[in-house]
Design a protein around this ligand. Structure first.
Ligand code: ADP
Length: 462
């Protein structure tokens, strides 16, 4: 008999995605089912999501909120809040009613957890952070795990909105949801959950330091069970160069990359003879644009072309557009979210750039490995845990790693990448090595299953 648990999250493949959270929430449940857990995924019903059946929520607290279903997913249906163009906002900024949106989401998720009889709620990131609080406040026997996918996004809202939660005033304090006079939904998830995890071991350590703790390092250090780091996997069915429906020419050896590169370069009017650096990314300061943008001229000077697929902050969009204009034939830009093109870039690029300032796990480098594309990364978080440098460790290295968050260090990494590209035999060796790595979900799913089992066997409050 399997145990029913809930995943509460704001995005999941195949329904809605802005980043890696959706990949994780989409893939992990399938792997947990063979380990004895029947996962119900609870998320908002965004624009375009189709449902098979629906159910009204009782209780005047909820107004016209509905739950609707599709397979193992339950959607919180409230069109005023969720039937919108974006998930959280626009390139100009967040939606002004995000507090109201995700309070309503969490309250409805709680009802869904009850209706579905879930023994444990695994909540992901700030949008679900109120669920552990409500479970605790109501004395529920449902256990909770809270996973931090990104500490940089906390769901901070003015204190005046606290009354919308409908819980006693005592929760608005330093031991509760309060954070420097504001409400912090991520902090609620950390404080009230039974266990906190994050998505790599390095990140678990880093977020407990003042430098990278975004003000929550103390709260994390005080968690009695600590912060468990479990590395994300990727879905090997979705990310499989041999069977990828989006590729011009699916391939099973690194030599097969070339026709894909040619097609990609032709589409963006780039020279297929030049080494190609690809990026698939949210366009946010976290992703290293402040050190990348000043390095682009040097990158082009080294003979590379650059192809960026990304969407996010308007100011970076504009700077990239200006550079693309100034360097015609060298830079391809697609400022949008496009899953098909993402697959084509992972396959067709020679190098995959991730100069992230911080990176909880990072899926881009893991997907690149699978497509025999050499990652160029800053040594931080999950990138440090998964990419070792080919010059420092010629026998096992998996990419080009730089250790200082500066434009000059990124440029020096690009010089070394160029040398690797020019050494055909060494490049082939590295490509074969990384394509053979295994970052499928098996091992990590087993660690989550172990955590759930432990938690469910404890007396409540343990
Ligand atoms: P983060 O979660 O911080 O955005 P990750 O590296 O963990 O970064 O995961 C990013 C995921 O989102 C990857 O699957 C990547 O391919 C995808 N992605 C990011 N931006 C885009 C985009 N503009 N179009 C298509 N896929 C994207």
């Amino acid at each position: 008999m399997s145990t029913r648990i809930a995943f509460v999250a704001s995005e999941a493949v195949p329904f809605a995605k802005t980043g890696g959270l959706a990949d994780v929430v989409g893939a992990l449940p399938q792997h947990l089912s063979s380990l004895g857990y029947d996962v119900v995924t609870i998320m908002p019903r965004y624009r375009g999501i189709r449902c098979e059946s629906q159910q009204d929520l009782r209780g005047d607290d909820h107004g016209p909120v509905r739950l609707c279903h599709s397979g193992n997913a339950v959607f919180v249906d409230y069109p005023d809040y969720f039937d919108r163009e974006g998930l959280y906002g626009t390139p100009q900024g967040d939606y002004p009613d995000n507090a109201e949106r995700f309070i309503l989401f969490c309250k409805a998720a709680l009802e869904a957890i009850k209706i579905q009889g879930c023994k444990l709620a695994h909540c992901h990131d700030w949008q679900s952070g109120l669920v552990p609080l409500y479970l605790r406040e109501r004395g529920s026997s449902t256990r909770s795990v809270f996973t931090i996918h990104n500490l940089g996004y906390q769901g901070l809202f003015p204190a005046e909105k606290f009354r919308l939660l409908g819980i006693p005033e005592r929760h608005f304090g330093p031991e509760g949801i309060e954070f420097y006079g504001q409400m912090n939904f991520l902090k609620a998830g950390i404080v009230y959950s039974d266990r906190v995890t994050t998505v790599s071991e390095s990140y678990a350590r880093e977020i407990q330091t003042p430098e990278q703790g975004f003000g929550l390092d103390g709260v994390l250090r005080r968690k009695s069970h600590g912060v468990l780091g479990i590395l994300n996997g990727i879905d090997y069915r979705e990310w499989d160069p041999a069977r990828d429906r989006f590729l011009t020419a699916p391939y099973s050896t690194p030599e097969g990359k070339l026709p894909n590169k040619k097609a990609l370069c032709a589409a963006f009017r780039l020279s297929a003879a030049a080494p190609l650096c690809g990026m698939v990314t949210r366009i946010a300061s976290q992703k290293g644009f402040d050190i990348l943008i000043p390095a682009i001229e040097r990158l082009v000077g080294l003979g590379y072309s650059l192809l960026i697929l990304g969407f996010g902050e308007a100011a970076y969009h504009e700077q990239l557009q200006a550079l693309a204009k100034r360097l015609p034939g060298k830079i391809g830009l697609a400022l949008k979210f496009d899953n098909r093109l993402a697959h084509q870039i992972y396959a067709g690029s020679d190098f995959f750039l991730m100069p992230s300032r911080y990176e909880p796990c990072g899926l881009g480098q893991l997907i690149s490995f699978r497509y025999a594309t050499v990652p160029v990364v800053f040594k931080i978080g999950g990138l440090a845990d998964t990419v070792s440098d080919v010059d420092q460790d010629p026998d096992n290295g998996r990419g080009i790693v730089f250790g200082e968050y500066r434009t000059a260090a990124l440029e020096a990494a690009l010089v070394r990448a160029r040398a690797l590209y020019d050494d055909h035999d060494r490049l082939t060796l590295v490509r074969r090595r990384i394509a053979g790595l295994d970052y499928s979900w098996g091992r990590s799913a087993a660690r989550y299953a172990q955590l759930y089992a432990q938690l469910l066997s404890e007396q409540h409050g343990g």
